[in-house]
Design a protein around this ligand. Structure first.
Ligand SMILES: Cc1cc2nc3c(=O)[nH]c(=O)nc-3n(C[C@H](O)[C@H](O)[C@H](O)COP(=O)(O)OP(=O)(O)OC[C@H]3O[C@@H](n4cnc5c(N)ncnc54)[C@H](O)[C@@H]3O)c2cc1C
Ligand code: SF4
Length: 273
């Protein structure tokens, strides 16, 4: 396998992007990802925080301690993974991490792998989605994405600017992808609008180093309050209001997540005041 280290965007020409490698390396090792060329993007993706702009190469460890960063995003980073992973893992890589669905990771020929069955829906799905789960019941694992969705962040890529919500799509028969990023498109920067107050709450199966069972981000801006959830749908999930939780469609053994989501949404809104 070839490793490229471009120093200019103009040098990009295909290949699999890698930043911290905390996701790419295990997937390559397990044969879930394959590539002839690995492109280390650390030389071309901005890193650091300047006012409301965050370079996509900024690590979660840097975000969790920076006072310029709204509370919801800092807390989402602080509660994610382990200190070692947060030191390596970049913001851009976190937004593009793959599902933790155990069937997908074990390479069952499920719908996200191009097959015609959702093994989780028929099998073990205690940790799976309670919204938008009829095609694929995977639960999006990014705390950070839920926080950015509540904060109404915008993303700048090497080709366009888009709202964070537009970065994601619910997979379907015609297109199995969960993001709208095109091959070769690089996330460069995230921009946050002004926020008055924000909060992130997370239910996990132990106190540290655990993906969200349910993560709830709430943010109050001049225009109102936004609430977004992690771990409940194949993509980060924006609620139109707290009553949206009542419209959840859990699988038989993921119904407990609806109660957790309802409780955390109520608590997050109370914390916002
Ligand atoms: C054990 C474990 C526990 C974890 N727990 C949590 C958790 O609780 N909450 C949570 O939110 N996350 C969690 N994570 C995810 C972790 O935060 C991510 O793996 C990390 O942030 C990814 O960043 P990276 O730079 O290492 O990405 P990489 O592994 O380098 O890349 C990940 C993906 O993003 C692509 N990519 C990377 N940068 C860019 C870019 N700038 N533009 C376009 N594509 C890009 C890569 O091609 C790849 O597809 C956990 C991970 C592990 C391994
Ligand atoms: S939930 Fe999605 S990723 Fe998991 S088995 Fe079903 S189709 Fe595959």
């Amino acid at each position: 396998m070839k490793l490229l280290r471009p120093s200019d965007l103009a040098e990009l020409d295909g290949g699999l992007f890698v930043h911290g490698g905390t996701e790419v390396v295990p997937l390559l090792r397990d044969g879930i990802l394959t590539a002839d060329t690995l492109v280390d993007v650390r030389g071309i993706v901005p890193r650091g925080i300047e006012g409301n702009r965050i370079g996509a190469g900024t690590t979660l460890a840097e975000l969790e301690v920076d006072p310029q960063i709204p509370e919801a995003l800092r807390e989402a980073c602080r509660l994610a993974a382990s200190p070692q992973l947060r030191n390596m893992g970049s913001l851009g890589g976190n937004l593009l991490q793959s599902t933790r669905c155990w069937y997908w990771r074990l390479e069952y020929p499920c719908r996200l792998h191009g097959g015609d069955r959702c093994h989780a829906a028929e099998g073990e799905h205690r940790e799976h989605a309670i919204f938008a789960n009829d095609f694929c019941a995977s639960a999006h694992p990014s705390d950070v994405a839920a926080a950015l969705l509540a904060l109404d962040a915008r993303v700048r890529t090497s080709r366009r600017e888009l709202g964070l919500a537009e970065l994601y799509r619910v997979p379907d028969d015609a297109d199995r992808r969960t993001t709208t990023l095109e091959p070769g498109e690089l996330i460069l920067e995230v921009e946050l609008p002004p926020v008055e107050a924000s909060v992130y709450l997370k239910a996990m199966d132990r106190k540290r180093w655990s993906f969200p069972q349910v993560g709830v981000a709430a943010a109050r801006t001049g225009g109102g309050t936004r609430v977004a959830l992690a771990g409940v749908a194949p993509i980060p999930w924006l609620l139109a209001g707290p009553e949206d939780v009542d419209g959840a469609t859990p699988l038989p053994r993921s119904a407990w997540k609806v109660d957790v989501a309802r409780a955390l949404v109520g608590r997050a809104l109370a914390d916002l005041g």
